[in-house]
Design a protein around this ligand. Structure first.
Ligand SMILES: NC(=O)C1=CN([C@@H]2O[C@H](COP(=O)(O)OP(=O)(O)OC[C@H]3O[C@@H](n4cnc5c(N)ncnc54)[C@H](OP(=O)(O)O)[C@@H]3O)[C@@H](O)[C@H]2O)C=CC1
Ligand SMILES: CC(C)(CO)C(=O)C(=O)O
Length: 335
């Protein structure tokens, strides 16, 4: 099976290194020339929760040849239409593109590549590219998890193949209710990644600062309400039934959910959201594909998302350099 990781940056470099280490042949592809040169010359350097240098095969998009049976997509979502059109001739007729991006990326990719050539996977761990060829693993290895699913039925055998490839690295779950799993990950990203990006901090800082935690808690609730109104059943995240734990209907349950938050994210305290990493690099981030999707779906089903809307507009102001990501932005919130 010919396998590629398209968009081998923070996550893709770690994924590619672990698969290569297990003897699974995979091409790591990115447009970032310095990064690709470093990967080719020195291998993938992993720092952070693990220190290792692993030889990998890396190339630029213009050096791709022939068709791949499986492409893991790990570019940011902002250019997905262009990326999918570019990748179309490189995906075998019966191949599969597995998007590991955040948000709800499958529908737009299916339009270009065909419904049966796209599957999705949510990622429950984090990474940060800190230099050419150097990726920091920001989660413990035991949190490596992959929740795989088909947006439409029909390619179950291929999904099993992908599952066995990924299970060489971590824990894989094949989701029957894949959209429920997607929305559970969206809930984490909208609440924690969105708040941490606006405030320029880690997940741990969001949980520790009570005002920040209140913002994240409100977005969790907004997401649960939007999911319910959209007839989506949220799937557990790493064994935790977030829809039950954090869905409050009275002051007492609201207080319990507030107290639970630091415990629920304790293994992920050091995570710095990929949206914040983009902002720090002066790039536009995926806020419209993450928090923006929650606000948009809320409008469709008539559920207000006032706190999430504030995160969207704050992050846009940060992108426009009117504000810096900082704890001082807590003063901008009205909740
Ligand atoms: N980082 C994390 O911890 C997590 C990220 N995710 C999701 O995974 C996805 C990838 O995130 P992340 O790894 O952080 O992203 P990065 O920006 O670190 O990596 C993306 C890589 O793809 C390259 N790239 C971008 N556009 C193209 C293109 N059109 N053609 C070829 N190469 C391209 C980038 O190059 P260049 O630098 O030049 O832009 C970069 O090397 C996102 O959807 C994110 O939300 C999910 C869970 C955790
Ligand atoms: C939640 C986190 C940090 C890792 O899974 C992520 O999805 C991101 O940074 O985009």
């Amino acid at each position: 099976m010919r396998i590629a990781i398209y968009g081998a940056g923070s996550l893709g470099t770690i994924l590619g290194a672990y698969l290569s280490e297990k003897g699974i042949a995979v091409d790591l592809i990115s447009r970032n020339r310095e990064h690709i040169r470093a990967l080719q010359e020195k291998g993938a350097q992993i720092v952070g929760k693990r220190t290792a240098t692993i030889p990998v095969t890396a190339m630029l998009p213009e050096d791709m040849q022939g068709a791949y049976d499986l492409i893991f997509l790990l570019t940011k979502q902002n250019e997905n239409k262009l990326v999918a059109s570019f990748l179309k001739p490189f995906l075998a007729e019966d191949g599969m593109l597995c998007t590991m991006q955040n948000g709800i990326p499958e529908p737009a990719l299916m339009e270009i590549l065909g419904a049966h050539r796209v599957c999705g996977c949510t990622i429950g761990w984090g990474a940060t590219l800190i230099g050419s060829g150097v990726a920091a693993l920001t989660s413990d290895e035991h949190t490596f998890s992959f929740n795989l699913g088909l947006p439409v039925p029909g390619r179950e055998a291929m999904l099993e193949n992908i599952s066995s490839i990924l299970s060489s690295m971590g824990n894989v779950t094949i989701e029957q209710n894949f959209m429920g799993a997607r929305w559970s990950k969206l809930l984490i990203n909208a609440s924690f990644s969105g708040t941490a990006t606006a405030l320029g901090c880690t997940f741990g800082d969001v949980a520790t600062n009570k005002q920040a935690r209140r913002i994240a808690q409100s977005i969790i609730k907004e997401c649960i309400d939007v999911a319910k109104a959209s007839s989506l059943t949220l799937e557990p995240v790493q064994g935790k039934d977030i829809a039950t734990l954090f869905d409050y209907t009275n002051t007492f349950k609201r207080w319990i959910s507030f107290i639970l938050i630091p415990f629920a994210i304790r293994k992920h305290r050091q995570l710095k959201p990929s949206m914040l990493q983009d902002i720090e690099k002066g790039k536009p981030c995926e806020v419209d594909a993450i928090n923006g999707v929650l606000s948009e779906q809320g409008r469709k089903v008539g559920i207000p998302t006032p706190v999430n809307d504030q995160v969207v507009s704050l992050i846009h102001r940060i992108e426009a350099q009117e504000l810096q990501p900082s704890m001082e932005n807590l003063n901008e919130f009205k909740i």
